[in-house]
Design a protein around this ligand. Structure first.
Ligand code: PMP
Length: 404
């Protein structure tokens, strides 16, 4: 059992009030709150170790480099990468996907080639492929879903052709909560000799992810959704793939030797990390990983699963409430609408009760179109949320419903 009250003490923001009501933070799929351990790491490093990393001969630079590269090691262990060469630091999932779309597209895709994505992708796993389509004339194929919000695996298999070069699919939907069968998706793609990028923005914060066990070729995620700081993310890639990809941006750090005639590039992963990295952020991310590991990834998953089950049961009992996303395997996200109450009105009135939920299309407009809606209200949970908070949400929704 985890001691939630003790965990809550680590998150000072959870003590604050909003409109005179205790804050109930149910917008964790957008970003999580940060524990003291993470915030203090940022302050400590700026106050005592700050220096630009790599190549510095002086003490501080070496210490900062050790922290930064130690964080890469920590990330590598956390997702079970084969080596630190496979862990590229980026600004977040969005930049990780853009990096791959650019570099992979440059090297391996020609006009008429195809990428497979799914109906439930976040815009950050749609638009980079559209930019590539505009640049190179590639085509985008989309895996359809059923009414429960599950991928149609038979249809997925049918999308492969001679021209398929990459599959890029989310592990967990940020709207429906669906946990996709990524291991199976990857196995099928590999049968066609096609590599796979997994968008792990909503999975890594909530479950143990083992990139080797999944056999993912590329895996992207964001620190800020897993108790870490904003502005840091990861692109994991198998070394034999990353080795063959051209750089995404040019500048310092990513080179081996520069002359006006000819420049050679640095080894992995630095080839993809132009400019001064956010070394303060990577240290803080490592603290967030320590924090999650100390609680236990399995325990976090079990706790959040039970909380989501409880919330689903409570919400479903509300008259007129419809849940979007009823997949058999679901993460800790619940999207809903009540009667004909606009999602924005519901969100605004819940906010007045101190409850932070997200409303709108959740950066997944094609998915909204699939369900014929404009948006939903979304409650998403983290390890510091409680059943008591879910009860307050339930009462809040009932109260708002009575007003309409
Ligand atoms: N993919 C999914 C599934 C997401 O939920 C998000 C964030 N909402 C992103 C990608 C983008 O992440 P970021 O904004 O941290 O780059």
């Amino acid at each position: 059992m985890i001691d939630i009250q003790k965990i809550r003490q680590d998150f000072p923001i959870l003590q604050r009030e909003v409109y005179g009501k205790p804050l109930i933070y149910f917008d964790n799929a957008a970003t999580t709150q940060k524990p003291r351990q993470v915030v203090e790491s940022i302050v400590d490093e700026y106050y005592s170790v700050n220096a630009n990393v790599h190549r510095g001969v002086h003490f501080l630079s070496q210490q900062a480099t050790e922290l930064h590269e130690g964080s890469r090691e920590a990330v590598s262990k956390f997702i079970n990468a084969r080596s630190i060469s496979e862990v590229v630091f980026t600004r977040g999932t969005t930049e990780s996907i853009n990096l791959l779309a650019f570099s992979f597209g440059e090297e391996f895709m020609q006009e008429g080639d195809e990428v497979i994505i799914s109906t439930m992708e976040h815009h950050s796993n749609i638009v980079p492929w559209q930019l590539l389509a505009a640049r190179k004339g590639i085509a985008i194929k989309v895996i359809p879903i059923n009414a429960k919000g599950e991928l149609l695996m038979d249809e997925y298999e049918k999308l492969f052709s001679e021209r398929t070069k990459l599959v890029s699919v989310t592990h967990v939907s940020n709207v429906l909560g669906t946990v996709n069968p990524v291991k199976e998706l990857i196995r099928i793609a590999h049968d066609h000799e096609v590599p796979v990028l997994i968008d792990g923005a909503q999975s890594v914060p909530h479950m143990q992810v083992d990139v080797q066990e999944l056999d993912a070729d590329f895996y992207a995620f964001s620190s800020h959704k897993m108790y870490g700081p904003t502005g840091i993310g990861v692109l994991y890639g198998k070394e034999n793939w990353l080795d063959r990809l051209p750089p995404y941006q040019g500048g310092g750090e990513m080179i081996q030797h520069v002359s006006f005639e000819r420049t050679t590039f640095n080894e992995l992963p630095f080839k993809f990390e132009a400019g001064t990295p956010d070394y303060i952020g990577t240290t803080a991310l490592a603290k967030a990983l320590d924090y999650m590991t100390a609680i236990g990834l399995d325990k976090i998953a079990i706790y959040e699963h039970e909380l989501t089950r409880y919330a689903t049961e409570r919400l479903k009992a509300i008259e007129g409430l419809r849940i979007y996303g009823e997949a058999e395997h679901k993460g800790s996200v619940i999207s809903f609408l009540v009667g004909d109450i606009h999602h924005f009105d519901m969100g605004t009135l819940l906010d007045r009760l101190g409850i932070a939920v997200r409303t709108g299309h959740h950066c997944a407009q094609p998915l909204m179109q699939r369900f014929g809606i404009e948006g939903t209200v979304r409650a998403s949970f983290a390890v510091y949320n409680t059943k008591e908070e879910v009860d307050v949400l339930t009462q809040g929704i009932e109260r708002v419903s009575r007003m309409f």
